[in-house]
Design a protein around this ligand. Structure first.
Ligand SMILES: *Cc1c(COP(=O)(O)O)cnc(C)c1O
Ligand code: SF4
Length: 328
């Protein structure tokens, strides 16, 4: 192991990558599960911190379900395909996704710390389309040519897989463009591997008056352990605001109690719910689908039981639309 690896990088390198090892660790008999055996295309990947939030011996654990390759992924599903939200058509330059007015999304890396089986970018051709370091100049030139862009969203993959130094350089270059007033980071790393929230990261985010807004991705209250709560506390101590987006997923959070517990737990650790996404129809994810009708009922239930700021906006990403479409 490279001695300059930090703790989080070591934990990442040691993430579970085999279903058998994961099942053994969780005391589950893999024979009980309708597994997908050949998952090389989109390998299993899940850090130990996330696994520690799963229940032992529970094949229906809502966190396990998000990462376990199941044979159902092979079932052909009408309307499911490789580019469910029309991102490929919207890539204007390598690594730059410009779909909505005033804001662009930069695909800064293709890697993630966890592989979520429902991911809408599971088939995204990152190799060709991510923003490599050599192309940052082109992305900045693109922003400069479009003065209406005032917000830049770092996405991926997971932008926090970048080293602290590299992230800081990119942020500082964006901060140097006067038109950029807001920067956002969409990341699941603080949830699945809270050790990622290092002093160096907090420095990179907070040393300048433009502090990125961090949008986390958690789908279930069990993901938000004490270690995650602590990571969130450190962000907030550095004046970094936190939002969360989730995906509505069958067998994970498709009931009112789970969604309400998620909102309550997010608030308790200083995070506000932002979006609840209806599943994007990426090939291989049909077994996670929840009907919009049920989604609307769940939101109505939440509206009746929670303050408005704890009810996420239930939305769908529609090809060709100017913004995410509200469903409730
Ligand atoms: C979701 C998304 C955004 C951000 O949308 P908001 O509604 O501002 O959160 C921007 N660009 C792309 C391509 C997106 O998918
Ligand atoms: S962290 Fe996000 S981009 Fe990465 S696999 Fe999960 S859903 Fe997809």
């Amino acid at each position: 192991m490279n001695p300059v690896f930090s703790t989080w990088q070591r934990e990442l390198a040691e993430a579970f990558s085999s279903v058998d090892a994961l099942c053994r660790h969780l005391q589950i008999d893999p024979q009980q599960l309708p597994l997908l055996h050949d998952y090389k295309q989109f390998p299993l990947r899940v850090p130990r911190s996330f696994v520690d939030c799963m229940g032992k011996g529970d094949i229906n654990d809502p966190l396990l379900r998000q990462v376990l390759p199941l044979a159902a992924e092979l079932e052909p599903q009408d309307g499911y395909g490789p580019d469910p939200v029309g991102d490929l058509a919207a890539v204007t330059e390598t690594g730059v996704l410009h779909k909505y007015h005033g804001r662009i999304l930069l695909i800064v890396t293709g890697g993630c710390a966890v592989h979520c089986r429902y991911c809408f970018r599971r088939d995204f051709p990152y190799g060709e389309l991510q923003l490599s370091s050599g192309r940052v100049d082109e992305a900045l030139a693109y922003i400069a040519r479009h003065p209406a862009i005032s917000e830049v969203i770092l996405s991926g993959g997971d932008p926090l897989l970048m080293s602290d130094a590299k992230l800081r350089r990119l942020l500082d270059r964006l901060r140097g463009l006067r038109q950029v007033r807001r920067i956002r980071i969409h990341t699941r790393l603080p949830v699945v591997l809270p050790a990622r929230v290092t002093a160096g990261l907090l420095q990179a985010l907070s040393h300048h008056e433009i502090r990125p807004l961090v949008v986390l991705h958690a789908n279930h209250a069990h993901e938000l352990s004490e270690a995650v709560a602590d990571a969130c506390r450190r962000f907030r101590q550095h004046d970094i605001s936190l939002l969360n987006q989730s995906v509505l997923l069958r067998g994970v959070n498709d009931d009112a109690a789970a969604l309400m517990a998620l909102s309550e737990r997010l608030f308790a650790i200083g995070v506000l719910p932002y979006y609840l996404h209806s599943l994007d129809h990426a090939a291989g994810t049909g077994h996670f689908e929840v009907s919009d009708a049920l989604g609307k009922q769940l939101i109505a239930y939440m509206q009746n039981h929670l303050p408005g700021y704890l009810v996420p906006r239930f939305v769908r990403e529609q090809v060709g639309a100017d913004h995410k479409l509200p469903l409730a």
